[in-house]
Design a protein around this ligand. Structure first.
Ligand SMILES: C[S@@+](CC[C@H](N)C(=O)[O-])C[C@H]1O[C@@H](n2cnc3c(N)ncnc32)[C@H](O)[C@@H]1O
Length: 219
């Protein structure tokens, strides 16, 4: 989606993607990455996700990237975190002790920005893009992730003809076709989550799966 789409969503507070609790797959599978507590974790398209608080509670440093200023400022405000702001080229970097959020477009983020990361977490980032932009995002993600680094990817899959995205349906086949050249892909779980998602139920979407993968950057 174009930046204006997301800015409007944040302006109008139409942020149904924001979860009031920690993602279940993050809680269940983060330990599979076998990270040191001191690991630095990159969270692309982070919004103001509370999942970043969970990652910080594990001892990790969190490096997020988020286009929208309201999202970034709300994250610090709502979690009562003092914050410093610095300008880095066209991006603003908001930092507190364990969390730095780069506010700006991920596509113009220098690849060196993430050279020190030890892991990444993608929930509602890959699935935020329609097909053509999703392929561009997948390539950018591969550029930003150093060789050997692992990440947890959480996706949704459903019959795309039943509903307009976002979130967009991303199937295991799509992941195989577009991510397997750059990442080792391990499917951890694929769960039927239709009953928990009333927007999909109301639109008569016949099925809805949430899946968790471990990705390891090849290199
Ligand atoms: C579906 S939301 C997911 C947010 C977060 N991952 C979560 O789980 O709540 C997608 C987010 O990506 C941000 N975004 C969209 N395009 C972006 C871009 N080009 N660069 C950085 N962030 C972007 C949007 O502002 C939005 O907050």
């Amino acid at each position: 989606m174009e930046p204006s789409f997301w800015h409007e969503k944040w302006d109008l507070k139409q942020i149904g993607f924001h979860q009031p609790q920690i993602n279940e797959f993050l809680l269940k599978y983060w330990s599979r990455l076998s990270l040191e507590p001191s690991a630095e974790v990159f969270v692309p398209l982070c919004g103001k996700s509370l999942d970043m608080c969970y990652l910080a509670e594990q001892g990790h440093s969190v490096l997020g990237c988020e286009l929208n200023k309201i999202a970034v400022e709300d994250f610090f405000k709502e979690n009562n975190l003092p914050v410093n702001r610095q300008t880095h080229g066209e991006h603003q970097v908001y930092s507190t002790e364990q969390v730095s959020l780069i506010q700006g477009d991920i596509f113009t983020l220098a690849n060196e920005s993430t050279h020190s990361i030890n892991a990444f977490y993608d929930r509602a980032a890959l699935i935020a893009w329609p097909e053509a932009m999703r392929q561009q995002y997948a390539k950018k993600l591969a550029e930003l992730i150093p060789a050997g680094v692992k990440g947890l990817l959480v996706t949704l899959d459903y019959d795309q003809s039943a509903l307009n995205g976002p979130p967009f349906a991303v199937s295991p086949q799509w992941i195989e076709t577009h991510l397997a050249a750059d990442f080792e892909v391990e499917l951890l779980e694929c769960a039927d989550v239709l009953a928990d998602n009333q927007r999909f139920v109301k639109k008569n979407v016949p099925w809805l799966n949430e899946a968790a993968y471990v990705l390891t950057r090849k290199g």
